[in-house]
Design a binder for this molecule. Structure first.
Ligand code: ADP
Ligand code: MG
Length: 242
């Protein structure tokens, strides 16, 4: 793994009125790294994620991608840099089928013939070839997540940002997703926001734990899972602690 830092944040802060959802976060991910962001509900994971993806403009602080300051950039500009984004709520057109979604995603970069090949491959990688002609509005939440992932992979990103990709998935879908994320990390750095500890255990190497808008712990997965303090914030035992 390279030591080159593909994405960093410095003192990243996001306030909503009186609520500081992200509080001065210094964070870095290296090229080729697979990093999980973990934390209880309300910890600030999605807000942090949205500050990386341009869905929110941070109140202060900085986001850098490949030595370029991208703070406050719009999502489409960030995607154009080769960053693949899967938001927590799948962003799909219910009347279109899965195939159209993935083909259109591939068409952003490639001419029609190659786009079709890449779209087919992405559907196959995500194990949803047999859903290609189904309207996405009729799919389960887990299946919709896989369609969105296939779209993101079709864009051939060098950095992949996934917010709660395993939500709503069956055990089988989740196993597939875990394999996919590990495979994707061979060609891209990957940041996965996930609430579900079992999924994190399946995929993670290094884990960053968020609590109350700040980084609470950062360590290899086994160490995090064995950390009493992390277990306590999950159980809410520290909810009133400083
Ligand atoms: P997580 O993804 O870790 O569950 P969030 O980032 O969604 O946490 O939320 C962090 C905190 O910020 C919570 O207290 C939440 O209520 C608050 N928050 C998130 N989004 C908004 C918003 N758009 N307006 C006001 N408060 C928000
Ligand atoms: Mg969230």
């Amino acid at each position: 793994m390279s030591e080159y830092r593909i994405l960093t944040t410095e003192a990243l802060t996001m306030r909503f009125g009186g609520v500081t959802a992200v509080d001065g976060v210094d964070f870095a991910v290296r090229d080729g790294e697979l990093r999980c962001l973990l934390g209880p509900n309300g910890a600030g994971k999605s807000t942090f994620f949205k500050c990386l993806t341009g869905q929110l403009t941070p109140t202060s602080g900085r986001v850098t991608f490949r030595d370029q300051d991208i703070t406050g950039w719009q999502t489409h500009q960030i995607v154009a840099l080769g960053i693949g984004i899967k938001t927590q709520v799948p962003n799909l057109y219910n009347g279109l089928d899965a195939w159209e979604h993935v083909r259109i995603a591939a068409r952003r970069k490639h001419l029609p013939k190659l786009a079709r090949e890449i779209a087919e491959k992405s559907l196959e990688r995500c194990g949803i070839t047999d859903l290609a002609r189904r309207e996405v509005g009729l799919l389960s939440h887990g299946q919709r997540q896989l369609v969105e992932l296939a779209m993101v992979l079709a864009g051939e990103p060098t950095l992949l940002l996934l917010d709660e990709p395993a939500a709503g998935m069956t055990g089988e879908e989740r196993d597939r997703l875990a394999r996919l994320v590990i495979e994707a990390s061979k060609t891209a750095a990957v940041i996965v926001v996930e609430h579900d500890m079992a999924f994190i255990r399946q995929i993670a190497r290094d884990v960053t734990v968020f609590h109350r808008g700040a980084i609470f712990a950062e360590a290899p997965v086994a160490e995090i899972m064995a950390d009493r303090r992390v277990q306590e914030i999950y159980l809410g035992k520290q909810s009133d602690a400083a």
